[in-house]
Design a protein around this ligand. Structure first.
Ligand code: AMP
Length: 285
């Protein structure tokens, strides 16, 4: 496994793979890797000849009061984990490599589906994601790119601009990896106090209860309120509890496949989760 820190180094490493028509799979990350990230790499390994993982904490997707400076950076540990799951190349550029050479005058802004959920709370976040992912796509030129359903809105935004801009890349969504108690794995879980870590699985529990209530005929509005109340009772500060269609259109009732979304804070740590609730399979004929 190679680690490249420059764009030129990466391009050189990939040129022979490209010449011999190998398929390139790409997993963009911000590092501090856990099993959720590694599952993406495992999927890439199954499907592609060459697997590239980027580790880059992207400054332009963090708001002014967010955790860019304190975000955990653990490259040595990440390299070991990636070697174990068969990654071929780590691309770990500096901020200077990615943004330093020229002032950036171009933005990529996906409309409508970034207006709410995390987009409403984190202004400019998805523009920052769209710019860095597009830059990384242009540098790596992968055939397949793998993203987690944990960041469901991000995955939808990426699918949208890849389609809108005719990028020749297949976007693969990978299911959420969870701890045994149901908490969605996240690099930010490390910020939780021991007490908050014990409370955090309530998010997934309330989503699962909601899904089962919906399948038994409960009203969507009631179920969303129930999740919100349960989280508040457990000491969460709720950012949002929402339901959307799979491509993030608003839904009023549970009469199609939907996704339930939660963002809530425990102390200073903001946690997000979601659960897909399938409409058709709720009917037994
Ligand atoms: P990040 O390092 O947080 O930018 O995440 C890099 C990629 O890993 C994104 O596509 C995330 O959606 C994905 N990811 C993070 N946590 C999980 C998880 N628990 N399950 C599945 N994918 C995840």
């Amino acid at each position: 496994m190679k680690t490249e820190i420059s764009i030129q180094g990466l391009t050189a490493s990939l040129s022979s793979a490209r010449q011999s028509r190998k398929t390139i799979g790409f997993v963009p990350t911000m590092g501090n890797l856990h099993q959720g990230h590694l599952n993406l790499v495992r999927e890439a390994r199954k499907l592609c000849d060459v697997v590239v993982v980027s580790i880059f904490v992207n400054p332009i997707q963090f708001g002014p009061n967010e955790d860019f400076d304190s975000y955990p950076r653990t490259l040595d540990q990440d390299s070991q984990l990636l070697a174990d799951v068969g990654c071929d190349i780590i691309f770990a550029p500096s901020v200077e490599q990615m943004y330093g050479k020229y002032p950036r005058l171009t933005n990529i802004s996906v409309g409508q589906i970034t207006d709410d959920l995390c987009g409403a709370q984190r202004l400019g976040h998805f523009d920052g994601v769209a710019v860095v992912v597009t830059k990384l796509f242009n540098i790596v030129q992968p055939h397949f790119a793998f993203f987690g359903q944990k960041d469901y809105q991000q995955l939808a935004v990426i699918k949208q601009f890849v389609q809108d801009l005719n990028m020749p890349i297949e976007i693969m969504g990978v299911p959420i990896a969870r701890a045994e108690d149901g908490l969605a794995l996240s690099s930010r879980n490390g910020y939780l106090s021991a007490e908050h870590r014990q409370t955090a699985p309530v998010i997934y529990q309330s989503l699962k209860t909601a899904a089962s209530n919906l399948k038994q005929g409960a009203l969507l509005s009631d179920v969303l309120l129930q999740i919100k109340n349960e989280l508040t009772q457990h000491g969460f500060e709720v950012d949002y509890v929402e339901a959307r269609s799979p491509m993030l259109q608003t839904v009023e009732q549970f009469d199609q496949d939907i996704v339930l979304f939660v963002a809530a804070k425990l102390g200073k740590t903001r946690l997000i989760d979601n659960l897909q609730v399938n409409f058709s399979s709720s009917f037994k004929i």
